[in-house]
Design a protein around this ligand. Structure first.
Ligand SMILES: [Zn+2]
Length: 90
């Protein structure tokens, strides 16, 4: 499997909105206040547990507790980009 270069990953983090990555992965997102809700791609989710804040470009899953906010800082967003880029043709 080809590895994403650090430069490419930095570019993705700067330029790509999380909701666009989610859409590219086929996730359906529904507006919920200022956030978007959808099924989490990282665990077997049947109720929308994934919350995306498009304003801050952050995400959090209330099911598996992964996310790009709070204690995880930018790591969660980085993980989201890594995981999504691996499984999508973007
Ligand atoms: Zn989850």
């Amino acid at each position: 499997m080809a590895r994403i270069s650090d430069d490419e990953l930095d570019r993705l983090k700067r330029e790509v909105a999380i909701e666009r990555l989610a859409a590219a992965r086929g996730l359906l997102l529904k507006p919920a206040g200022k956030n978007l809700l959808g099924l989490c791609p990282f665990h077997d989710d049947h109720e929308p547990s994934l919350s995306i804040d498009p304003t801050q470009n952050l995400w959090h899953c209330f099911g598996c507790q992964q996310g790009g906010s709070g204690n995880s800082g930018n790591r969660g967003r980085c993980n989201f980009i890594h995981q999504t880029a691996r499984s999508s043709a973007i």
